[in-house]
Design a protein around this ligand. Structure first.
Ligand code: AVI
Length: 358
């Protein structure tokens, strides 16, 4: 098999028309993606971001005022494991609630999506939610999982090929925040539906979220749809507990960003001199997650030095919470019309289904 990293993003036009995307995919993988027993050999379109991006974005984020670190860098191996552990804490209702909604309302969701769809899963991780959805769908034509972690994508693709042996699965390893090429399936789907679970949309500022939804609209046109999980506005106590769990898993997840900089870039952050903080800002409607310096300190990252004052924060993540009306309006401005929202009895979380406006 050819080295699939030949298909470097710089060499590819953005949002390739399907025929060209197919050519790129086939030249990388052969006529059809290879079915492999071990996940290490799963063929995927590999556009995984490489290390220099972490260094340059870290330096530019720490040079800003207020200082920031992009939350996409949370998810190295340790960070992905910690995120998994967050999802199992009693306080983090988000994952549990979304799963319950999917289990209970899956058949109704499937009837809205229709038959023979191409399901494009963005950031679907281990694929627990997608698995529930795919089980309910009527004769899906193809599944295209898109994830930033090639290891995760290979594992989940191997599992999904065993679970759904008749389904064409075309994995793409890419930072889905950037334009990426889509492979063309063997069987023509009736329509494309983008699936974006987990309330990751909440990690975008509203203008960024609208821009992202507009790009999704380009991907699923003409006549496609969007199924998206969104964390809803609720009382601040429940929200703050979810991001300050008693076992300290979220704190470890946040601090892992600094540990990752030490591991990968030889930075010298002393983790004892930083603390995790997560506060709900009701005006902005978001959880603000920071790492706060516990003293005046100097940190070196390769040839860069940063001086942090006592109590100075680094913004690591915003997690916006939306009311159903707010989210419907945002999606409408990106070209989507709401068909249905499924929620739990406490209205903690919503799974929204939109059709693309003609
Ligand atoms: C991935 N994302 C939706 C999570 C959230 O709730 O914003 C990330 C997270 N950060 C802390 N806990 C979970």
């Amino acid at each position: 098999m050819r080295n699939v990293t030949d298909t470097h993003p710089q060499n590819l036009p953005k949002f390739l028309p399907t025929r060209e995307a197919l050519a790129v995919y086939r030249s990388a993988f052969g006529q059809r993606p290879v079915m492999n027993p071990g996940s290490a050999n799963v063929a995927l379109l590999d556009l995984e971001p490489k290390e220099p991006e972490f260094f340059s974005e870290l330096v530019s984020g720490l040079s800003q005022h207020p200082r920031t670190l992009p939350c996409k860098f949370f998810y190295d191996k340790q960070g992905a494991e910690l995120f998994q552990a967050i999802c199992e804490t009693p306080e983090y209702y988000v994952t549990r609630t979304e799963l319950k909604i999917l289990q209970e309302c899956g058949p109704d969701m499937a009837s809205h999506l229709g038959e023979a769809v191409e399901l494009i899963g963005l950031g679907t991780g281990a694929g627990t939610k997608t698995r529930i959805l795919l089980t309910q769908l009527t004769d899906p034509a193809v599944y295209v999982p898109v994830d930033i972690s090639s290891a995760q994508l290979r594992r989940s693709t191997t599992l999904f090929r065993q679970l759904f042996p008749h389904l064409e699965i075309l994995p793409v390893c890419a930072d889905y925040l950037q334009p990426f090429p889509l492979p063309t399936p063997t069987h023509q789907p009736k329509r494309k539906v983008v699936y974006f679970p987990g309330s990751t949309i909440g990690n975008f500022d509203p203008p960024e979220a609208i821009g992202f939804l507009q790009r999704i609209a380009l991907v699923c046109r003409p006549g496609g749809g969007l199924l998206i999980g969104v964390d809803l506005k609720k009382d601040p106590v429940t929200l703050e507990k979810a991001y300050n769990d008693a076992q300290g898993v979220t704190a470890a997840f946040n601090l892992n960003l600094l540990a990752r900089a030490n591991r990968e870039l030889g930075a010298n952050f002393d983790l004892h001199l930083w603390k995790h903080r997560a506060i709900y800002n009701p005006t902005a409607g978001r959880i603000e997650m920071n790492l706060v310096s516990l003293c005046d300190q100097l940190v070196t990252i390769r040839d860069h030095q940063f001086f942090f004052k006592n109590d100075e924060p680094i913004i690591t993540e915003y997690s916006y919470k939306h009311s159903p009306e707010e989210f419907e309006n945002m999606a409408r401005s990106a070209g989507f019309a709401l068909r249905k929202v499924w929620t739990d009895t406490q209205k903690l979380f919503g799974v929204f289904y939109f059709d693309l406006l003609p």
